[in-house]
Design a protein around this ligand. Structure first.
Ligand SMILES: [Zn+2]
Length: 372
């Protein structure tokens, strides 16, 4: 489902407006690749773009440009597309949002039995796309949406899409998305228009959280910790809030005699919650590290790769009032920098171990030993 706050933000980005204007001028690229490390933003942008392609207001205008008859008439539809498209409430938009459009094919597909999303786009999906692309659409356009292709499609399978991306049949459009360009074939990259989505600012993340029902304190805290809507949204889940409290407690007791035993008992014992704890630990330790090397509080990025991005939207004075700030300062004093870096490295190893089904207890022990 589309988040209303994100919808308003996305349709007014210059990236979205640029695509909209190419649609209006009938110069729309047949294949667009959206790139962002923020999966929530990526997903919402992809859906809204799909709506834009078929929205009644948008469609009637495209017809005008192609010199065809428009039911709504020239000027009126021009106003519509400028002001409202994608409207997210017309019949066509609703079909996209409900996943019932007969001209839109989204991959990975859902598992027929469990209705959960599959993890991959398989070779047979690509065969289906190739076969389906030559059948005329019911409406104006046939759209193939391929999500997170950097992780969902093996490169050999990506290869099979090349010809189609280069010379798609008339009225066939591709909307591809990727969290990074690393695993996308250069030959794919060269055949699509790449659009890098803008990163969320701290104030946007804070507004998004408030819109989602977070309190002022929560919004301030989380927007100072994370730099994507995706992580911000995760932090609103009870599992993250619990993990945050547990991790802060654990970090405050490093060096105490019973640290290993007590922390072991408190850290997650199952795979999924340990993944969450690793996310939270990584975000907190990146903050701690930056405090230790003297970065000011509001210029701290938390994407997990130790990069520093100045969002500049929230003053440090706001955040300093929060108790988390005192906790982090205390932790920054108690832990030495080398250890923080070692634990951050261990987090990366721990994630790999979990992916390869190493026993959760073994992973937890190694992590706590690095902290001890
Ligand atoms: Zn619409």
């Amino acid at each position: 489902m589309i988040n209303l706050y994100l919808q308003q933000k996305i349709v007014s980005t210059k990236e979205f407006l640029a695509i909209k204007s190419s649609l209006q001028s009938a110069s729309l690229s047949h294949a667009i690749l959206l790139v962002s490390n923020d999966k929530l933003l990526l997903d919402n942008f992809t859906t809204l773009l799909t709506c834009l392609y078929v929205c009644n207001a948008g469609q009637s205008n495209a017809e005008n440009n192609a010199g065809q008859v428009s039911l709504l008439g020239g000027q009126a539809s021009l106003l519509d597309i400028n002001a409202q498209s994608p409207c997210a409430y017309c019949a066509e938009c609703r079909k996209i949002l409900n996943g019932t459009s007969v001209d839109v094919f989204t991959y990975p597909t859902k598992d027929a039995k469990t209705t959960t999303l599959k993890k991959k786009i398989y070779a047979e999906d690509v065969s289906e796309i190739i076969n389906q692309s030559i059948i005329k659409p019911f409406g104006e356009k046939k759209i193939f949406v391929l999500k997170e292709i950097d992780s969902t499609i093996e490169q050999a399978t990506q290869n099979r899409l090349l010809k189609l991306l280069e010379e798609p049949p008339k009225n066939v459009y591709f909307i591809l998305s990727a969290t990074s360009l690393d695993n996308v074939l250069p030959t794919i990259k060269s055949r699509v228009s790449k659009v890098a989505l803008p990163m969320a600012s701290a104030s946007q993340i804070s507004d998004y959280l408030l819109d989602e029902g977070a309190t002022n304190d929560e919004a301030r805290l989380v927007s100072s910790l994370v730099s994507t809507y995706e992580k911000a949204s995760a932090f609103l889940q009870p599992a993250y809030i619990t993990a945050n409290n547990v991790i802060i407690d654990i970090l405050k007791t490093v060096g105490e005699p019973n640290f290993f035993v007590l922390s072991n008992a408190r850290l997650a014992k199952d795979r999924d919650s340990l993944f969450i704890s690793l996310d939270v630990l990584e975000i907190i330790l990146n903050k701690v590290l930056l405090l230790q090397i003297g970065q000011s509080y509001d210029t701290i990025d938390s994407s997990g790769n130790k990069s520093v991005a100045n969002k500049g939207s929230l003053g440090s004075s706001h955040i300093a009032e929060h108790s988390l700030s005192a906790d982090l300062k205390e932790i920054a004093k108690a832990l030495n920098k080398k250890k923080v870096v070692a634990v951050l490295d261990q987090i990366i190893i721990a994630r790999e171990q979990l992916v390869f089904n190493v026993n959760v207890q073994v992973v937890t022990d190694a992590l706590l030993l690095a902290l001890k």
